[in-house]
Design a protein. Structure first.
Lengths: 129, 608
């Protein structure tokens, strides 16, 4: 299972990213979300969404084995084990592996909680095989 | 720590270049909640009586609310309050987009701009790093270009609110632009930013907002989103946004046509929502946290441009109201106004009034700088928008708004200057829609629709009926709907999707820790309504009943075309509506809150 996005349906509202940060950190802070909305305005006038594909490349390079699978079958970062080495970040083909030390003492990524899908009013996001 | 709030009020003294912060007073949060409530409070308490709207004593108060930046549908609303240079009274404009969320994340509930900067500046806010920076190289540039420049330089996490040349040149209805197409549009909030020489506010915050009960907050937020997603009207609303009403207004005679001389437009069909969607819309564009995005981003091949919109008000005011039936021309007018930084509603009304003056021979081509200002002349409308923003020729007169312009010109033109209290009426023709008429007459900023959009109620109970129920409905809407602006959220999930408003109650409690029912909230709404009424009276010596009168067109001149042909509200019914309104509000026959009313609302001390 993984998260999918149809960028053409995204309206850039960021509800998904608030829900995401609430799930991951218990905070309302879209800058601590695990998916990205890139606005392209005033031209070409579209949003581009990037999400985790569960490829696992991040886990393969993690020296502390902080990136493990949860019971939904998704890779996630065990915050307690992350040593902020950043090895995982450049490995991510979608650029959705995050480490922003000024905001959190850990790396983070999508754990497939599904809350983003639940709040998206335009059905731009879904979870499937 | 104040749950649900940024926790700080930021004061920027532009005269001295001094920046200071103070904690948001808990009793202010308790009594006025946030957003528009904070704006009204600071305006009433801090702007001295008789302050010149364009002077150093006026303030521009920018406020988020408890819903802003949170997991609440539509938590992207920001209130901009000032003493209006257009009307001389209370102005409060609501800005969508993503600005208000960054205010909260930067820990700010209100930003208060005071004084006048000696030179053009922009306000830069990044959490605790707050600076006034030189804006000499930005002055004179269009709003879209300036926003793009900041985003290119700083990145997409920064939000920008910016004025265009119209604000710099002090057009009385200058707007503040954000997110390439969202505006704090009405009442001249951009004019006040312009006179203070603040070109832009750039903001980014990284903090999280504290909440009273995290799990209850998450559940309440998710329940609200679920209700929105299950709403039957969601797909149609999202497809067309506010343009769902264009065809309806045309069919019921509410579509302003040729300066409100009629309510149906023979060229209206090519302006309808489905035509626009098929021909120019490329993307749905949502404000922060919105599951039902009404923003439509469009591309016009004919004019080679991209623009957010046009939304219904702009279609009404710059399309049918100018006799223009080409949606792509309306899109261009929309973009011109946004980039130049002027309100499309007031500009559309001013141009419509000028076109009528021209067709009646009050203006000749000598007065119009050679423009053939007939209704429907698209090129003349383009040209006039630029002249207004730059205050050139006829544009200088029109930049003052139709009340002042018609007073100067006279010759009966006051009768078709479509405004209340100096604010141009937005896009609902009210020849025969008495609830909407009294709504416009008594709106707290002048003739604006968003406080009480009562026109559907007219159709429901009989449009020409002058009955207490209509007035009661308008008062209820005026107390209730602005509470979304107070909370920092959007009303449209309730208005358009019809979600149960009680679903907001647990969200408010979980976020702020204070339980407020809608009955409590409406009481707060009523207090704010009375406070702003007192502000009007304090600032205008002759304020009273006359100020609530609509444009004579709506009681003297029945339309000669369209579905409301021959229909009109009688002057005696206009007065009857006002009498009923004042009585139900607990006001005097001159429209002033009585001391008993103020006592009942617990406001006597506040306004003493």
């Amino acid at each position: 299972m993984r998260l999918y996005a149809d960028s053409s349906k995204c309206s850039g509202c960021n509800a998904c990213r608030v829900a995401c940060s609430l799930n991951l950190f218990g905070e309302s802070n879209p800058k601590k979300a695990a998916l990205v909305i890139e606005p392209h305005f005033p031209a070409e006038g579209v949003y581009k969404v990037r999400v985790c594909t569960q490829c696992g490349y991040c886990a393969a390079v993690c020296p502390t084995e902080a990136i493990v699978k949860n019971d939904r079958g998704a890779w996630y970062v065990n915050f307690a084990e992350c040593n902020l080495c950043e090895a995982c970040v450049p490995e991510c083909p979608e650029d959705v592996m995050f480490l922003r030390a000024e905001m959190a003492n850990t790396a983070w990524e999508c754990d497939l909680c599904g809350d983003c899908v639940a709040v998206c009013g335009t059905n731009a996001l879904w979870i499937a095989e | 720590m104040l749950n649900g709030y940024g926790g700080q009020i930021l004061r920027v003294n532009l005269t001295e270049g001094k920046i200071s912060k103070e904690p948001t007073p808990p009793e202010l949060a308790r009594d006025f909640i946030g957003g528009r409530g904070f704006g009204a409070y600071f305006l009433f308490k801090e702007v001295p009586k008789g302050a010149d709207p364009l002077g150093a004593q006026n303030k521009l108060i920018i406020s988020s609310g408890p819903f802003s930046g949170m997991l609440v549908p539509g938590g992207g609303k920001c209130d901009w309050t000032t003493k209006s240079p257009l009307t001389g009274g209370y102005a409060s404009a609501s800005l969508g987009g993503h600005f208000t969320a960054e205010m909260k994340y930067a820990g700010l509930d209100s930003i208060i701009l005071e004084g006048i900067s000696p030179k053009p500046v922009y306000l830069f806010i990044e959490d605790d790093k707050i600076e006034l920076r030189d804006a000499a190289d930005l002055w004179g540039k269009g709003a879209i270009q300036v926003e793009k420049q900041f985003k290119d330089k700083l990145g997409e996490e920064y939000q920008v609110a910016v004025i265009g040349p119209g604000g710099e040149k002090l057009v009385s209805y200058a707007s503040i632009n954000h997110d390439y197409g969202r505006q704090a549009g009405r009442g001249g909030v951009g004019t006040v930013m312009g006179v203070k020489k603040v070109k832009a506010i750039v903001i980014r915050g990284t903090r999280s907002v504290p909440v009273a009960d995290k799990e209850a907050y998450r559940q309440a937020g998710m329940a609200l989103y679920k209700a929105c997603k299950e709403a039957e009207f969601l797909p149609e609303w999202t497809r067309y946004g506010t343009t769902v009403v264009t065809s309806w207004c045309d069919e019921v005679g509410a579509l302003p046509t040729r300066n409100f001389s009629a309510g149906s437009f023979e060229g209206g069909k090519t302006l309808y929502g489905p035509v626009m969607r098929e021909t120019i819309v490329i993307t749905d564009k949502g404000c922060f946290g919105c599951p039902s995005p009404c923003g439509k981003y469009s591309r016009s091949k004919k004019y080679n441009l991209e623009v957010e919109g046009p939304e219904y008000e702009t279609i009404g005011m710059m399309g049918s109201n100018l006799g223009i039936s080409d949606i792509e021309a309306v899109a261009k007018l929309n973009l011109l106004c946004d980039d130049l930084g002027i309100d499309t509603i007031s500009a559309g009304s001013a141009i419509g009034w000028a076109m009528e003056c021209y067709e009646k021979g009050i203006f000749t081509q000598k007065d119009t700088d050679g423009l053939d200002l007939k209704f429907g002349n698209v090129e003349a409308a383009f040209s006039l928008v630029e002249k207004i923003a730059n205050k050139e020729g006829l544009g200088a007169l029109l930049s003052e708004g139709v009340k002042k312009a018609s007073k100067k010109i006279g010759q009966g033109s006051e009768k078709f200057a479509i405004h209340v209290k100096g604010m141009e009426q937005s896009a609902y023709a009210t020849h025969n829609a008495t609830a909407m008429l009294i709504s416009y007459m008594t709106s707290d900023v002048g003739a604006h629709h968003n406080r009480a959009w009562a026109i559907t109620y007219d159709l429901q109970v009989g449009r020409d009926k002058v009955v207490p129920e209509k007035v009661a409905r308008v008062i209820w809407l005026q107390n209730f709907r602005p509470m979304f602006d107070v909370l920092g959220g959007c009303r449209l999930q309730w208005v358009e999707l019809g979600i149960d408003r009680d679903l907001y109650v647990p969200a408010i409690e979980a976020i702020t820790g204070i339980r407020r029912t809608w009955e409590d909230l409406e009481k707060t709404g009523e207090r704010i309504w009375n406070l702003t009424r007192l502000f009007w009276a304090r600032e205008n010596e002759d304020f009273g009943r006359e100020w609530d009168m609509p444009a004579p067109r709506f009681y003297e001149e029945p339309p000669t075309t369209g579905v409301t042909k021959g229909q009109i509200t009688k002057l005696e019914d206009v007065n009857k509506l006002l009498d009923m309104y004042y009585e139900q509000r607990g006001w005097t026959s001159e429209g002033m809150p009585t001391s008993a009313k103020l006592e009942q609302l617990g406001m006597a001390e506040l306004v003493a």
